[in-house]
Design a binder for this molecule. Sequence first.
Ligand code: NDP
Ligand code: 8X3
Length: 256
Amino acid sequence: MKSLVNKIVFITGASSGIGKAAAFMFASEGADLILAARRIDRLKELESGLKNKFKIDVLTIELDVRKKGDVKKAVGSFIGKWRKIDILLNNAGLARGMSKIHEGDTDQWDEMIDTNVKGLLYVSREVIPLMVEKMEGHVINLGSIAGHEVYPNGNVYCASKFAVNGLSRAMRVDLYDKNIRVTTIDPGMVETEFSEVRFSGDKERAKKVYEGWKPLSADDIAETILWTALRPAHVNISEVIIMSTAQGSTTLLNKK
Ligand code: NDP
Ligand code: 8X3
């Protein structure tokens, strides 16, 4: 098992859900953290909580992964040990809306593709060269079962996660000779702020998604992420598909 003490883990989308839970998991293993998201107030609160509880170093940055120049500037500003990123968790992502392909909102399409695909690429483009330099690293991408199986009205979100799946494979074939591991974590439904964001703040509609069955929690996914990071250095977990026991496919839920 690898030790994460003094390792640097960079987490995008750390202000909520899976990213925040992963921050706690990595901190509990002694890793130092770079936490990025747009809601800096939340990150600052998280930073002080993690520092107090785990006595680790934390660097928080306000970052919109869609902004290529800002991503470049942010990673370029890391100095000293913060440049030696060991693990990149490409987690920032979102769904917006659910509608038939011929009725979709093209601004929502842009937002999903810009965040889930282009944002992931911008961050990876700046961070992976630092890993190549030291010939060591681990990139963990948040995909989804939506990247394996489309569902009605999920069109562009699903396509963005199919892209993450493809990019994870592409990263693996481009980086295997640089001693860099690439993992994609592909969950089914996880109860986070995901549905609230998808339905533009409609809490009632979001709550209904998780009613009558037991979805995955952010901690379930964070534990799995951590497990992939703790494998011995020669072991690369390429892909993890993980669903609630009550979920049979993207569309099958055992609701009571
Ligand atoms: P949350 O909405 O709880 O968290 C999403 C995180 O992404 C937030 O921290 C948010 O931070 C960040 N984010 C969104 N847009 C941007 C942006 N432009 N720049 C920087 N950060 C951004 O959802 P989850 O934790 O569930 O989602 C995390 C990942 O897991 C996503 O990639 C999602 O697609 C994936 N996933 C989720 C599943 C689920 O059912 N919940 C299932 C499968 C995959 P902020 O708004 O502060 O910028
Ligand atoms: C999130 C899971 O099924 O809502 O990726 O698309 S789903």
